[in-house]
Design a protein around this ligand. Structure first.
Ligand code: PEP
Ligand code: MN
Length: 346
């Protein structure tokens, strides 16, 4: 924010200021107050050379760098009236559910198809499923583009939009070409700024959503929100924040369950928050409690791994996927809890 020592900059002064910031890739937005005008710098205003040049002008008092490092994601930003919609449903209006297998087995497509019908019946809004998998072990199953066709077939049969993780430009290209509705950025990649930019650029003119997982080692909430800012600043604001547990793990869990970050995210940003309890706890029997805890903390929804035959699944399913019956129960209870929370507010 540029604070002049005059109430209003003359046309010549405004042009001089505009030219300086333009040289650093920024623009000036004039905000006209009753008494005086203020001048917001749109773009990365942290460049010291730019600030020095501006502060060197006789009619400039100082440059206040905007307090929020995430100017677009900030709860006070103009974008805060934006509502993310997926499959025609606006997040935030009702509890929103992503569900499906961890990994789509292209050799066993019926499991994904059956699971897709079952999660729809249980009340899910989006079918999730990994086509390409980020595996800690290089010898584990890494995914297969053929699984994308299975996912899209499940989407056609059920009418559910789909969510799948992309890890590189080729995945991104294929997923968009097939019409994937929501791109997932995984916990290992949410600090991969080159990938975040590629995704932001590729979806700038589309209504595709992004489910952005919280990084495995992300500490401050700011780091998470800034990752979303990377995507949004390229033009598409349909980002959903997804806490999914962090490292080091709480002894006995797969990760450190982090649903308690929800109120903090809600206070700082306008983005919808969908918690993934499956990867947070890593064990099917713990998932229902963690899911409800997330709703109690104010999450807009949940992303849950579910498989009609967890033991036959690949990836995480044998240990952490719930059955469709359990999913149905979670969705029922989450809706009840959501209603209680809403009635508390009114
Ligand atoms: C997944 O959703 O299956 C997955 C690998 O998630 P994460 O990136 O959170 O580990
Ligand atoms: Mn998984």
């Amino acid at each position: 924010m540029i604070i002049p020592n005059v109430n209003v900059l003359s046309d010549g002064q405004l042009k001089e200021v505009t030219d300086i910031v333009a040289a650093f890739g920024c623009k000036v937005m004039v905000i006209n107050g009753q008494e005086r005008s203020i001048y917001a710098i749109v773009g990365d205003e942290r460049n010291d050379d730019m600030v020095t040049k501006l502060e060197g002008l006789a009619y400039i008092d100082r440059v206040d760098r905007i307090q929020s490092p995430h100017k677009l994601m900030d709860v006070r930003a103009t974008l805060s009236t934006h509502r993310v919609k997926l499959g025609g449903v606006e997040l935030g209006r009702e509890p929103f559910f992503f569900a499906g297998p961890c990994t789509i087995d292209p050799k066993n497509p019926n499991v994904t198809i059956e699971t897709a019908h079952a999660v729809k019946e249980a009340g899910a809004h989006v079918l999730r499923g990994g086509v390409w998998k980020p595996r800690s072990n290089p010898y584990s199953y890494q995914g297969d583009a053929k699984a994308l066709l299975v996912l899209m077939e499940a989407s056609r049969q059920t009418g559910l939009p789909v969510d799948t993780e992309v890890m590189d430009e080729e995945h991104l290209r294929l997923a968009l070409a097939e019409g994937v509705h929501c791109l997932q950025v995984g916990a290992r990649n949410s600090l991969n700024y080159a990938l975040l930019r590629q995704i932001g650029q590729a979806i700038a003119d589309r209504d595709t959503c992004v489910l952005l997982k919280r990084g495995l080692h992300m500490g401050p909430a700011q780091e998470f929100i800034a990752a979303a800012e990377y995507i949004v600043q390229l033009g598409n604001p349909n980002v959903i924040l997804c806490p999914r547990g962090t490292q080091p793990a709480l002894d006995g869990y797969r990760n450190h369950p982090d649903e308690s970050i929800v109120p903090l995210l809600k206070e700082r940003t306008w983005a919808p928050v969908v918690v993934d309890p499956s990867h947070a706890v890593g064990k099917a029997t713990y998932v229902p409690a963690a899911a409800l805890a997330a709703i109690a903390y104010g999450a807009d929804g949940l992303c849950i791994e579910c498989n009609v035959h967890p033991s036959q699944g690949i990836g995480d399913d044998p240990k952490q996927a719930v059955t469709p019956e359990v999913l149905k129960q979670i969705i029922f209870q989450a809706r009840e809890l959501w209603r209680i929370r809403r009635s508390e507010k009114s």
